[in-house]
Design a protein around this ligand. Structure first.
Ligand SMILES: Cc1cc2nc3c(=O)[nH]c(=O)nc-3n(C[C@H](O)[C@H](O)[C@H](O)COP(=O)(O)OP(=O)(O)OC[C@H]3O[C@@H](n4cnc5c(N)ncnc54)[C@H](O)[C@@H]3O)c2cc1C
Length: 443
């Protein structure tokens, strides 16, 4: 069996390990455009703030590929897939004579019973045949498309390379803008502040963490960051960057101009699937997958930030671009690709835990349900004196969402109740109590 995995991030790595647990013989080729050892992407902001050294970032050692008999093809970007003939092309490797010949040779070898090897072409290799393919390419930063976007000192923050570039520029920076007031934007802003840079977050919506919090929690976050000198401009966005070589200022849609000598763009991500043939593999926002992580094309699987599947809380297809989803989905995909047994994933679930200066925020599931839908019931409790807030969202007798600010006790239990879709036969108000004994639910 020939496995090809595109992407050596969390989903790809966990898939490769799951494949090897079931199939010790098949060939595994991993193609990834980053060249460093597999690493923990959520921790790159800790590099920026100086809380860790680069050696703390990898999630697997340099012997990972050898130990699992994986053939790494790193520093290469996949540019296309021939679904009918089961070939993956890397950049500059579109259907050229070499790859077609290699494919024919490969087919011939399998017909004659000789175990086919990956298409071999050394460094100039352009095509890889597969029996089972995993697309685990994660996400690309959502780009800004405004005048001056190519000026120096304007960065994204998705990869270890991005953070290295930001860190190199930091010594000459005094005022930075961070575009985007979500968790990644906050992490970038916090990291820059630790480098003694004045930071202003520009958020297009009228509140911080618009996708991960509700109005109350967003208000508490705004209060907390403002108390720590992190400036925020809400309800406005950058319309152009100005400068000669480097960025010097940004014009905003509210008519103001803010001086800055760096900008970091954190306005969300988009599944990295530009190479995916949409006539063969169904795509919505992400690549649509079933509970076995299969796409609509036979033998092709997808997992992680690039994939879209039923969200447990929403009951609709959704891309939950978070680390625990990527690892879990990768494992399921790998197990099913190896084919010894079939496992199903119940569905994905959005969740986030973050420390914002002195404030703890934990969210999960559907936190802002449609206000006019009678299926939903919201219970909440806040204590302005203790600065705590707990909100639970129920759909009929099941918990489907939660927000907790500075009162995250039992948060893990509540998340698992959302995931397991446990029906409640006790008064729902009890769940608002941080000290509620969840064992009572099982009686
Ligand atoms: C700053 C930051 C903070 C974050 N914080 C959190 C957090 O606190 N909690 C949390 O749960 N999640 C967090 N995340 C999100 C988390 O990192 C992702 O959900 C996770 O890394 C997704 O894993 P993945 O394997 O799907 O994709 P990735 O980790 O993106 O791996 C995909 C790999 O494929 C490569 N690739 C893409 N296209 C191609 C191609 N055409 N050819 C070859 N290779 C390609 C990419 O370069 C990448 O190396 C954070 C992300 C960032 C950037």
């Amino acid at each position: 069996m020939k496995y090809v995995i595109i992407g050596n991030g969390a989903a790809g790595i966990h898939a490769a390990e799951a494949i090897r647990e079931s199939d010790s013989e098949g060939s595994i080729t991993m193609i990834g455009d980053e060249t460093i050892n597999p690493y923990c992407r959520p921790m790159i902001s800790l590099l920026l703030e100086g809380a860790i050294q680069p050696d703390k970032l990898p999630i697997r050692g340099s012997d990972f590929y050898d130990n699992l008999k994986i053939r790494p093809v790193l520093g290469k970007r996949v540019s296309g897939i021939d679904v009918d003939n089961k070939i993956v092309f890397i950049q500059n490797g579109e259907r050229n004579l070499r790859s077609v010949l290699a494919h024919l040779l490969d087919k011939l070898m399998s017909v004659t019973g000789v175990k086919p090897d990956p298409v071999k072409a050394g460094n100039s290799e352009t095509a890889f045949t597969y029996d089972k393919l995993l697309i685990a390419t994660g996400a690309d930063p959502r780009p800004v498309k405004v005048g001056g976007q190519d000026l120096e000192n304007i960065f994204y923050m998705r990869t270890e390379t991005h953070v290295r570039e930001i860190s190199e520029a930091v010594p000459n920076v005094r005022n930075a803008l961070v575009l985007g007031g979500g968790p990644v934007g906050f992490k970038a802003a916090y990291g820059l502040m630790q480098c003694n840079i004045n930071v202003t977050i520009i958020e297009r919506e009228d509140r911080l963490f618009p996708l991960r919090a509700d109005e109350t929690a967003s208000g508490m976050i705004l209060e907390e960051v403002s108390a720590h000198d992190l400036k925020v401009k809400l309800g406005t966005e950058v319309t152009s960057f100005e400068g000669t070589r480097k960025v010097e200022s940004a014009r905003l849609s509210d008519g103001t101009e803010i001086p800055c000598d760096m900008a970091v763009i954190c306005i969300g991500v988009l599944p990295a699937l530009s190479f995916v043939p949409r006539d063969k593999i169904q795509v919505d926002l992400g690549i649509l997958i079933n509970p076995q992580m299969e796409t609509t094309a036979p033998g092709i699987f997808a997992a992680g930030d690039v994939a879209e599947m039923t969200d447990i809380a929403r009951k609709t297809p959704w891309v939950n671009a978070i680390w625990p989803e990527a690892t879990a989905q990768g494992r399921i995909a790998g197990t099913n690709m190896a084919g010894r047994r079939s496992v199903e994933y119940k569905g994905s679930l959005g969740r986030n835990t973050i420390h914002i200066f002195g404030l703890d925020l934990m969210t999960g599931g559907l936190i802002n349900p449609p206000s006019d839908d009678p299926q939903y019931e919201i219970l909440s409790h806040s204590d302005p004196r203790l600065k705590t807030y707990r909100k639970l969202v129920f759909r009929e007798d099941k918990l489907v969402g939660m927000i907790m600010v500075n009162s995250v006790e039992q948060g893990g239990v509540l998340l698992s109740l959302i995931q397991s879709e446990t029906p409640f036969r006790v008064p729902k108000e009890l769940l608002l109590e941080p000290s509620f004994n969840y064992g009572q639910l099982l009686t």
